[in-house]
Design a protein around this ligand. Structure first.
Ligand code: PMP
Length: 437
């Protein structure tokens, strides 16, 4: 597999050799570190992308989940170009940010007010600070394995350091204020809240489970978390950076019928350009309003950001949200993903491979853990029967990398967990190509 991949991708190999001299690890995002070398991509359109060697791929990265309409959607691209010609930064308020904020408020059920940021990481950082300021409490509760960006408060308990110890460079004083709970463990959650509750400002989670639902969360568990946090004066933060405008137009909170106090958004929000937002309860968001904070006798939270709500991201975000609102794009992506999971499971069953493909909404995850699946056919697979350590592939494992490389050799680019996310631009031709690969 490696030899076939290397033979097809000499241009990517050369680019990587150069990149290793310029970038640590030769990459600019940890999950793009793939042996023997990552792909160097020059063009993308719809559900496809092309590398420097001219190879075509059906794409399941989807801009790390930012591109539910697919690559270079004509309407989105046109609005970005139109805006670029009119200026990319005014150092001022502008009408497009207003339209963007209005759309977010209209679509996301709990969004009473909106503050734009530049990324999901910045959004969770601000949401957690707002919660601390609003409650006057120091601690945060998070779920093991849930990703909330790379800032100091959330840099452990996600891909490693599950004991809550800080990763290198993170202060012990921050780590000791973060309480880690196990997903779907109701008794454990209540015990942690009993012990730390009065000191906890916020509980943050990915509402459908970690890594796009690779380790899915039971809705009953999320409901319990809502009830227990409300009872104890703890703010509930839904991290909808992935699920927002994807699981449903109004995100996972709409699909679940649960109202969080604060929500973080990014990815689809900005239509394929950089952008994020924290949205939620007016009384909490007003900690960012100098006059209203002063009227309540509290100190305002500072928040700057050169590119917050910049016109280009606003143009792409407005175009994307308007299309999602007025078409069946989300439903089409969901339908394609269901067909894909079904088709992949049929291929596995036919080949007698003891793996299974599962997922919800626009996602698919390939369960490749050979130790855990003897005797269970792909169609009987229930991810809730497994724990985090079974569903997550250990770092450095060979199988998923080989699978991802083999798929690349056959013209399909999946994410290395292994799995991926689909867009409304995927159709029958992409489905056939993927199942063939
Ligand atoms: N939260 C979740 C759930 C995410 O998946 C991500 C990014 N993958 C982030 C936060 C961080 O967002 P960003 O990469 O825009 O900083």
């Amino acid at each position: 597999i490696v030899a076939a991949f290397v033979a097809r991708t000499p241009g990517s190999a050369a680019a990587y050799a150069k990149a290793r001299e310029i970038f640590p690890g030769g990459v600019t995002h940890d999950t793009r570190y793939v042996r023997p070398h990552p792909l160097s991509i020059v063009r993308a359109a719809g559900a496809r992308k092309w590398d420097v060697d001219g190879n075509e791929y059906v794409d399941y990265f989807g801009g790390h989940g930012a591109l539910i309409l697919g690559h270079a959607h004509p309407e989105v691209a046109a609005r970005i170009a139109e805006q670029a010609a009119k200026g990319t930064h005014y150092g001022a308020s502008h009408p497009l940010e207003l339209r963007w904020g209005e759309l977010v408020r209209e679509l996301v059920p709990s969004a009473e007010m909106v503050r734009f940021t530049n990324s999901g990481t910045e959004a969770t950082l601000m949401a957690l600070r707002l919660a601390r300021a609003a409650t006057g409490r120091p601690k945060l509760l998070r779920l093991r394995g849930h990703f909330h960006g790379w800032h100091d408060h959330m840099a452990f308990g996600v891909t490693n350091h599950f004991d809550g110890t800080p990763t290198p460079g993170v202060l012990e004083g921050l780590a000791s204020n973060v309480v880690l709970a196990d997903p779907n463990d109701a008794a454990g959650l209540v015990a942690l809240l009993e012990e730390h509750g009065p000191q906890i400002a916020a509980a943050i989670l990915e509402p459908t489970g970690s890594t796009y639902g690779q380790v899915p969360l039971r809705p009953e568990f999320v409901r319990l978390l809502r009830e227990e946090t409300a009872k104890r004066g703890i703010l509930l933060i839904f991290d909808e950076v992935v699920t927002g405008f994807r699981v449903a137009l109004g995100g996972a909170q709409q699909a679940l019928g649960i109202r969080p106090d604060l929500t973080t958004l990014a990815k689809i929000l900005a239509g394929g350009l950089p952008g994020g937002a924290v949205v939620g309860r007016r009384d909490v968001m007003e900690l960012l309003d100098p006059e209203r904070a002063a009227a309540r006798g509290i100190e305002k939270i500072p928040h700057q950001g050169t590119f917050n709500a910049n016109p280009l991201s606003a143009a792409a975000g407005v175009a994307t949200l308007e299309i999602l609102k007025s078409t069946d794009a989300i439903a089409r992506a969901h339908a394609y993903a269901a067909q894909l999971r079904e088709g992949m499971n049929a291929v596995l069953a036919e080949a007698g491979v003891p793996w299974a493909v599962y997922g919800t909404h626009t996602g698919f995850h390939v369960f490749t853990n050979p130790r855990r699946l003897p005797g269970i056919g792909p169609h009987a697979f229930d991810p809730f029967a497994f724990g985090y350590e079974d569903l997550k592939v250990p770092r450095g494992a060979q199988g998923p990398t080989k699978l991802a490389l083999a798929m690349r050799v056959h013209g399909v680019d999946i994410m290395p967990w292994p799995g991926g996310t689909v867009s409304a631009a995927h159709g029958p031709a992409e489905l056939d190509r993927t199942l063939e690969a």
